[in-house]
Ligand binder design. Structure first.
Ligand code: UDP
Length: 239
């Protein structure tokens, strides 16, 4: 019972529903990396990420965090609250990996002294550049109050996710979240939480390539991509 297509992103399609406050989010098997320079599909990813994200959103709701999740309505679809997504990608890092290593010369796998929150301007044409609070204010991407709330929310989400993934025998290296503003002006965790948006390392494996259980397997052509997602799903649903 999906309505008209509102927006198609790299990993999901958003549809309207009969209720203006509710949207339908359909998860796709498509995978992209490096600002969509690398494209492919991961077998069954839509269903796996929908199941993983649904479970994690419900977990976070139980912990008292507000999310856009309403309910899962099919293997690859969930109903979500209609929100205005802030054009900021909020990244939280516990361990150095990916872009911060290139940017600051840190060693991959180096634990950070404390969780680090970074803002990136959500703008594909510009390649999602790193921005500061001053840029957020200058570009009017959020109010200063919202920017402060975003940081605190990101740290709270990190704490809960670290606990959750630890139970799955996975190390939460870093992740990206997007935050929406609902009709009442309240901030809600939106988008998705999945191996597409989190770096997850198997706690029991020491080898730096073998332990990777997330989209880095796709980014780095490490093979066994769908198998890693499947294993994450199995552990998440059992946690
Ligand atoms: N990330 C994401 N979408 C993006 C960029 C990053 O979900 O458009 C996630 C990524 O999976 C990782 C974290 O955010 O878990 C930090 O990514 P990073 O800045 O290191 O960039 P990358 O190495 O992925 O280019």
């Amino acid at each position: 019972m999906s309505g008209t297509k509102l927006y198609e992103g790299k990993a999901k399609i958003l549809f309207t529903t009969n209720d203006p406050n509710i949207l339908l989010s359909r998860y796709k098997d498509d995978a992209t990396a490096f600002n969509a320079l690398k494209k492919g599909t991961i077998a069954n990813k839509g269903e796996m990420n929908c199941a993983i994200a649904s479970h994690i959103f419900q977990y976070l709701e139980i912990q008292g965090l507000a999310t856009h999740f309403i309910k899962q309505v099919s293997p690859n679809e969930m109903q979500v609250a209609a929100v205005k997504i802030l054009p900021i990608e909020v990244v939280v890092r516990n361990i150095a990996a990916g872009s911060i290593c290139k940017r600051l010369g840190l060693e991959q796998g180096q634990p950070l002294k404390q969780p680090l929150v970074e803002f990136f301007y959500k703008n594909d044409d510009l390649g999602d550049p790193l921005i500061t609070d001053a840029h957020v204010a200058m570009l009017d991407l959020a109010t200063p109050e919202q920017a402060a709330q975003l940081k605190q929310l990101a740290l709270d989400i990190n704490q809960h996710l670290q606990t959750f993934f630890d139970r799955c025998n996975l190390i939460l290296v870093d992740f990206k979240v997007e935050i929406g503003v609902d009709v009442k002006g309240k901030l809600l965790l939106a988008d998705e939480i999945s191996p597409d948006t989190c770096r997850l390392w198997d706690k029991a494996i020491a080898d730096p390539s073998d332990r990777i259980m997330d989209k880095d397997r796709f980014r780095q052509d490490l093979g066994n991509i769908a198998e890693a997602y499947q294993e994450v799903m199995k552990r998440v649903l059992a946690a």
